[in-house]
Write a protein that binds this ligand. Sequence first.
Ligand SMILES: [Zn+2]
Length: 121
Amino acid sequence: MALDEIIVLRQKLHRQQLEGWKNHYRLEERKGHTWYKNRALIVVGDEGDKRALLEVYHDAPSAGHPGVAKTLQSLSHNYWWPEVKSFVQHYVKECAQCQAGKTKTHPNKPLVQPITPDPQA
Ligand SMILES: [Zn+2]
């Protein structure tokens, strides 16, 4: 998978960052200078890589827009980075397709009211 190659390349570029994380997060450097936490490959240095992974584990037709817990579970099998949970939570919350799907699958629920600023605030 090409994305893995990019991630490993990024690990080489951000080696110092990984050395800093090593003890705190219990990371391991394995053969070929590839960094893991347990069996998960460490993603470092680029927000775009994380988004690309979420596209695979959340947006792809094979993934089918699962919720936060399921997206996090399948992603964490193979990849890890600090704050991965909040990244996934934010990503799923902001997913336009999930938001559109919610109103369709729950037609009896009232639509969320837009938040209007309190004039007395
Ligand atoms: Zn979604």
